[in-house]
Design a protein around this ligand. Sequence first.
Ligand code: MN
Length: 470
Amino acid sequence: MKSLYFITGSQDLYGEETLKRVAGDSAEMVKYLNGKLKDTVKIVCVSTVRNSDEAENICLKATCDKDCVGVICWMHTFSPSKMWIRGLQALKKPMLHLHTQANEKLPYKTIDMDFMNLNQSAHGDREFGFICTRLGIKREVVVGFYRHDDVIEKIRAFARVAIALNFSRGMRVAMFGGNMRDVAVTDGDRVESEIRYGWNVNYFGIGDLIEIVDAVTEEEINGKMSEYENKYKFATDDIKAVREQAKYQIALEKFLARERISAFTDNFQDLNGLKQLPGLSVQDLMSKGVGFGAEGDYKTGALMAVMCKMAEGRRGATAFMEDYTYDLTAGSEKELASHMLEVSPAFAANRPEIMVCPLSIGGKEPPARLVFDGIAGDGIAVSMIDMGTHFRLVCAKIKLIKRPEAMPKLPVARLTWELVPDFKTGAAAWLYAGGAHHAVVSTALNIEDIKLFAKLTETEIIVIDENTEI
Ligand code: MN
């Protein structure tokens, strides 16, 4: 399990007795937090930091520890912050500054100078906050008594984002083919993506995959077919076409494992050697948290994998989606989101049906795909675009709704949603912000999660929510 270091700051000025109390309180707090957060992250209590050498040592240790995804810092007493400069300069892990106290209530009747000197985070955390701001350190500040539920949940949310950032650093992304010809918004600066997010994005020829596809055995396909039978309803007699997709999925799984890849893209313009466009195969992989971006959209694919990591252990679905068409009936406008094949069954409201239908794009044999209507609930749509000078995240609140009517002639999976704060404002804001037609949609995550990701990666973010005005 990944860990967060719990670093308590103090100094030598107060003497042994006080430092003993500081250490004891910190241990007690960590014990309590571990009880509450044990399903998410392990909090590691480290020795109280009293001087600049100790600050530097613990920050270096946190930076080098592969299991450590971030640090929680708290100043129990006053801790002069020049002593934190070298340490904070060495720290390369996300920080949560926990502004709390060992005591909830102020003991008005008994408080004396000793108590006030021991419990002075109002004083010490301000000194620490200043040096973080002076050094330009992006961090999450959480304020409140450490046993309060809202504080615990903020620490949990931070831990999830920190775990996702740790995963993001060093994540490998494969592009089968390049970006779709002439399309702008799906393209991007792959070098900058690796510098900022750690995404190692590389091109692979589709021939690398075909080799593995050709070596898949009938027995392996039988195994994958029974996996499909358990999860999906067969609404086709064309079993051969479904087996073809099973073969692609097996090959993709082998390729991803061999190359240690967490997200991939394909491009229907470059699939020579495959009889069908990958449909069902990609859909099933997405539901397992493998990042996917269509038409060479590596940014959305990689972002999907990171957001799926962030959403681990939470209820809801997270996957790549595309804005497609609207119902513009005045006052009840809706968006229909879909893709030519690749919609994750994580979004399915009903048991997905496997269908085999011709596709007007791609010039291939009719591909097997999963068809279903989408779930209802609160969600977000997150798009990452390359502005040339920097990346921008556009994060919009959306309301997923039950399909208003059946769409029997539409042989692809689809979601229906309403924009926030209203259709016209939400859509115009997205267009002004430059948001793409591809996004990662999630009903598991919220805007705060994405804002924290943006803050800790120093990414520009535009939020579209109920308070948005053009
Ligand atoms: Mn697309």
